[in-house]
Design a protein around this ligand. Structure first.
Ligand SMILES: Cc1ncc(COP(=O)(O)O)c(C=O)c1O
Length: 385
């Protein structure tokens, strides 16, 4: 038997890992509702037509070569315009996922870390492990807003940067301006950069939204973004990271090397992202209205089921639901729920297991699908007493 490397054993992705078990049950006849992956396409949401047209047009034109490693020059300028930085501050990546990978490679030596929120998007955990970084977290309160006192206490001499995911995956929380300003102040006190994961920036359907790029003052900031969620086109695989502030020149050299070694990002999809950023942006209001409607249905159903509770999401399309009940842990809860035909992700994929039992639900499904899934959850909870 050929053995995988030790490094490869550090990789896990709980959002997709659960699918294998679901497929096995499906073969045996269980009809599954998949609420595990944050992909709008299987639920009928499509990218705006002008974005698809731009990709098709690029395929007809001369975009079949390698693109410049750091990104199509016109796309970089368009992003720079949006971020209010210079084009040289922008690096186009294969989705924000690759941007996150590059940030860890460029910032984190063994024993160092990027301080992560808990709960956190699992890719950050995997990248921290692959960098042989220490896994360090700061807490959030019961509404999943960062606990700034805890954040301050959690910074050590090994911290290289602070991560903010706003709107958040897995909780759907949207942070107040006050909290973000406090984070900027703390970063400033410790001379630490902030990484702002803006993957869901446009998907806010309840209350105010502040982006760190507008309030970071002189604190160095990296903004990460992508076409995947904001423009409903995750299959395009284009994103970027943009550096704000004066302290990044050597890091930008590192980013250029990381971009060079993988040659380039799909060129036609970069043209599509350019069209996306230029607009029109009519899809955003419609998508947010659809999300709000679904959030309201889900929140109502959660309230009615004994043993479940939820800090209602205000953005993105995830709900991180707390469970009280006889299950040993949330993995056991989620495995049991699979047998009822609902695929979700155990909370322990996003947070250390001593933080309570949670599961993450994607609420992109139709109102009928959400109601059917919650009927199954209610039945499962009742039968498990
Ligand atoms: C918080 C967050 N950041 C980054 C990503 C990566 O997105 P992509 O690589 O599709 O741009 C995701 C994807 O789900 C996410 O939820």
């Amino acid at each position: 038997m050929i053995q995988p490397s030790v490094r490869s054993e550090l990789v896990s992705y709980p959002i997709r890992d659960i699918v294998q078990e679901a497929k096995r049950l499906e073969k045996q006849g269980t009809k599954m509702i998949y609420l595990n992956i944050g992909d709008p396409a299987p639920f009928g949401f499509r990218p705006p037509q002008h974005i698809l047209d731009a990709a098709a047009e690029a395929l007809k034109q001369n975009y079949s070569g390698y693109a410049p490693s750091e990104g199509d020059p016109e796309l970089r300028s368009t992003i720079a315009n949006y971020e209010k930085v210079a084009p040289e501050d922008v690096f186009v990546t294969s989705g924000l996922s690759e941007g996150i990978d590059f940030l860890f490679q460029a910032l984190v030596d063994p024993g160092r870390n990027i301080l992560l929120p808990v709960p956190t998007y699992p890719l950050y955990l995997t990248k921290q492990r692959l960098s042989y970084g220490t896994i360090e977290f700061y807490d959030c309160d019961s509404n999943f807003e960062p606990d700034v006192d805890n954040l301050r206490k959690s910074i050590t001499k090994y911290t290289r940067a602070l991560l903010v995911i706003n709107p958040n995956n897995p909780t759907g929380s949207v942070y107040s301006r006050k909290t973000l300003e406090a984070i900027v102040d703390i970063a400033g006190e410790h001379n630490l950069p902030i990484i702002s994961d803006d993957a869901y920036e446009k998907l806010v359907f309840d209350g105010e939204y502040t982006n760190l790029r507008t309030i970071h003052k002189d604190v160095p900031l990296v903004s990460g973004n992508s076409i995947s969620k904001n423009y409903i086109y995750p299959g395009a695989r284009v994103g970027y990271i943009a550096f704000h502030g004066e302290q990044w020149s050597v890091m930008k050299d590192a980013l250029q090397r990381l971009c060079n070694q993988r040659l380039s990002v799909n060129w036609e999809m970069q043209r599509a992202y350019m069209a996306a950023l230029k607009g029109p942006h009519d899809h955003i209001a419609k998508f947010n209205a659809d999300l709000k409607k679904r959030r309201d249905i889900l929140a109502k159903r959660v309230k009615e089921i004994p043993g479940l509770s939820l800090a209602a999401p205000k953005g993105a399309f995830y709900a991180f639901i707390k469970v009280d009940g006889p299950w040993k842990n949330d993995a056991e809860f989620v495995r049991g729920l699979l047998k009822e035909g609902v695929v979700t992700v155990p909370g322990s994929g996003f947070l250390p297991t001593d933080k309570g039992k949670y599961f993450r639900v994607v609420f992109l499904g139709s109102p009928e699908q959400i109601n059917e899934a919650m009927d199954r959850v209610a039945r499962y909870m009742k039968n498990s007493k």
